[in-house]
Design a protein around this ligand. Structure first.
Ligand SMILES: Cc1cc2nc3c(=O)[nH]c(=O)nc-3n(C[C@H](O)[C@H](O)[C@H](O)COP(=O)(O)OP(=O)(O)OC[C@H]3O[C@@H](n4cnc5c(N)ncnc54)[C@H](O)[C@@H]3O)c2cc1C
Length: 465
C-alpha cells in the first residue's frame, strides 16, 4: 500500500520549497498582507485579507476555537497573530490526535501539483464554484511547506507528488507547533466537550468539563470539530445535533477514502487475501482511477478505490471494473497468448504475468464460466466488473464526506444564521482523495475562518456581539 496513508512513501525525487514561497509563510495568507485598501470589484479573498489586516490593528477580540485538529490549530495561529485573544478548547486531553494518526503513514501534508489542478480535487454538494481556487490562493501547498520549514520541519515531494516531512513523522511537527502557539499567547482548555451555543451580548458556549457544565463567553467562535471517522481520536461527529438544533443544515457523514466490501468466494481469499493488485486501473461508471488495490478478507482497499469513492457512493448498485492489464490492448493480449489449446487462464497467468490476485479474481469472477476463447479472456482481463455491497464503516475510514452544508456559509466560512460563528476543516461538507489534499483543506479553511473571525464585527459596528 505504498500510495495510501498506511504505506511508506517512495522518496526518490526531491523538490525543495521555492524561495519565493518563504515570502508567503508567516501567519497571514498572501491576501492579508496586501497594503491596498479594497476597491469595489476586488476579489473576495483579497477583500477579506484587507479586512483581516485592518483587524490586526484592532486587537482584543476574544475568539474561542473549538477543536484542536489541524484546522483549529491553524485558525488559532492566524487569529493569535492578528492580535486576537485566543482560547482553543478540545474535548480530549491533548490536541492533534488524528494528525498524529496520519503521521503513522508518514504524514502526507500536501501535494506538489499545480494549484489549479489541486483545486479540482475537492468535491462537495452545492459547493460554490471557485471556492477552492479562492481558498488555496490564501494558503497554497508551497505556503504550507514553507510554514513547516519555519517550524524547522523540512519537507520533500515523493515521485507521486505527495509531500511529506523528511522525518516522515507528525509528532515533532505537532510539538513545535503547539509550543509556538503557546508562545503566541494561545490558551489551551482541554477536557472541554462543547455541547452547544447561545447568543447573548457575547456568544455563550456550553461545555461539559469532567462531568460539570461550564459556560464560556466569546466574541467570535470557530468550530473545527472534525468529521466522523476514527472517533477514538475525538472527531466523533457528536456536534451534529448541536448545530442542527440551531437550524444549521448538515449533510449526514459517509465513509470516504475507505475500503469497499465484496463477499469474495473462499477460493479467491485462499490465493489472494492480503495480495496487492499493482499497475491496474479501476473504473466506477465514467470515472477511472490509476493506482493499487489490496484484496482483503472483506473486499478491496487502496488508493485506486479511495479515488472512486464519490462515484461509487453515487451509484444505486456500486460496481468497480478492473483493468488488470491497462498497458495492453485486447488484441495485444490475444497475440501474446499465442496458441493455447485448452486452459486459457492458466496460460495467461504465465504469458501475461498475471498476479496471483488477478488470476484468482478472474477465475472466480461473479457469474463467470471458464473462458472459451483468448478474446473473451482478454476482454474480461481489461474490464472485470465486481459488484460491491457497500463502503467500510465510517469509524475506520480515513475521512468523511458530509458535514455543514455550503449553503449555510458565506465566503468567510461564517454560518449565515449564527453571525460570528465560523467553521473550518473536515466538519464542512467537502471531500478530497488521499494525497495531502485533506490536510491542505484543513489548513486553508482554518486560515479563512480565522481571517473572517478576526475581521468580523456585528452589524452596526461595536467591538463584539
Ligand atoms: C488513519 C488516517 C490517516 C490519515 N492520513 C492523512 C494524511 O497523511 N494526509 C492528509 O492530508 N490527511 C490524512 N488524514 C486525514 C486528516 O487527518 C484529517 O482530514 C484531519 O485531521 C481533519 O482535521 P480537522 O482539524 O478538521 O479535524 P480533526 O483532526 O478530526 O480534529 C477535530 C478535533 O475536534 C475535537 N472535538 C470534536 N468534537 C468536540 C466537541 N464536542 N467538543 C470539543 N472538542 C471536540 C476532537 O477531539 C479533535 O481534536 C488521515 C486520517 C486518518 C484517520
Amino acid at each position: 500500500m505504498s500510495e495510501v496513508f498506511g504505506g511508506t512513501p517512495k522518496t526518490t525525487r526531491e523538490t525543495r520549497v521555492p524561495p519565493e514561497a518563504n515570502a508567503r509563510v508567516g501567519f497571514w495568507p498572501a491576501s492579508a498582507r496586501q497594503e491596498a485598501t479594497c476597491a469595489d470589484g476586488a476579489d473576495l479573498s483579497r477583500k477579506q485579507g484587507c479586512a483581516a489586516r485592518r483587524a490586526l490593528f484592532r486587537s482584543g477580540i476574544n475568539i474561542a476555537i473549538i477543536g484542536g485538529g489541524p484546522a483549529g490549530l491553524r485558525a488559532a495561529e492566524v487569529a493569535a497573530a492578528a492580535g486576537a485573544s485566543v482560547t482553543l478548547f478540545d474535548a480530549k486531553a491533548s490536541v492533534g490526535r488524528k494528525f498524529l494518526v496520519a503521521g503513522r503513514g508518514g504524514l502526507n501534508l500536501t501535494h506538489a501539483e499545480p494549484r489549479l489542478d489541486f483545486a479540482q480535487r475537492y468535491t462537495g454538494r452545492d459547493q460554490p464554484p471557485g471556492t477552492w481556487t479562492s481558498l488555496l490562493a490564501d494558503f497554497d501547498a508551497d505556503a504550507l511547506r514553507a510554514w513547516a520549514a519555519e517550524l524547522g520541519v523540512e519537507t520533500f515531494a515523493a515521485t507521486s507528488g505527495r509531500v511529506y516531512p523528511r522525518a516522515l513523522k507528525a509528532a515533532p511537527l505537532l510539538r513545535r507547533w503547539v509550543h509556538r502557539l503557546r508562545e503566541a499567547g494561545v490558551k489551551f482548555s482541554l477536557h472541554h466537550r462543547w455541547t452547544g451555543l447561545r447568543p447573548g451580548t457575547q456568544w455563550q458556549l456550553d461545555f461539559q468539563v469532567q462531568g460539570e457544565a461550564r459556560t464560556v463567553e466569546a466574541d467570535a467562535v470557530i468550530l473545527a470539530l472534525g468529521g466522523g471517522s476514527w472517533p477514538e481520536t475525538g472527531s466523533d461527529g457528536g456536534w451534529v445535533s448541536g448545530l442542527e438544533k440551531l437550524g444549521v443544515a448538515v449533510n449526514g457523514f459517509k465513509s470516504s477514502n475507505c475500503g469497499w466490501e465484496l463477499p469474495w468466494p473462499a477460493a479467491v481469499l485462499a490465493l489472494a487475501e492480503g495480495q496487492p493488485l499493482k499497475n491496474i486501473t479501476a473504473r466506477a461508471g465514467a470515472v477511472t482511477a490509476v493506482g493499487e488495490l489490496l484484496v482483503t478478507r472483506y473486499g478491496l482497499e487502496g488508493g485506486a478505490i479511495y479515488q472512486l469513492g464519490p462515484a461509487l457512493r453515487a451509484m444505486a448498485h456500486p460496481e468497480i471494473a478492473i483493468d488488470f492489464k491497462p498497458t495492453h490492448t485486447v488484441e495485444q493480449l490475444v497475440r501474446k497468448l499465442g496458441n493455447c489449446p485448452n486452459n486459457f487462464l492458466a496460460a495467461a497467468r504465465s504469458r501475461w504475468k498475471l498476479s496471483d490476485a488477478a488470476y484468482a479474481i478472474l477465475e472466480n469472477r461473479p457469474g463467470g464460466a471458464p473462458f472459451t476463447s483468448a478474446e473473451s479472456l482478454a476482454t474480461t482481463t481489461k474490464n472485470c466488473p465486481l459488484p460491491l455491497t457497500g463502503p467500510r464503516p465510517l469509524s475506520e475510514a480515513i475521512s468523511s464526506a458530509g458535514g455543514v452544508c455550503w449553503r449555510e456559509l458565506d465566503a468567510s466560512l461564517m454560518i449565515h444564521r449564527l453571525p460570528g460563528v465560523f467553521v473550518a476543516g473536515e466538519m464542512i461538507d467537502w471531500d478530497a482523495p488521499t494525497g495531502g489534499y485533506l490536510m491542505q483543506g484543513c489548513f486553508v479553511t482554518g486560515t479563512r475562518a480565522a481571517c473572517g473571525a478576526v475581521a468580523w464585527r456585528p452589524a452596526g459596528g461595536g467591538p463584539a456581539r
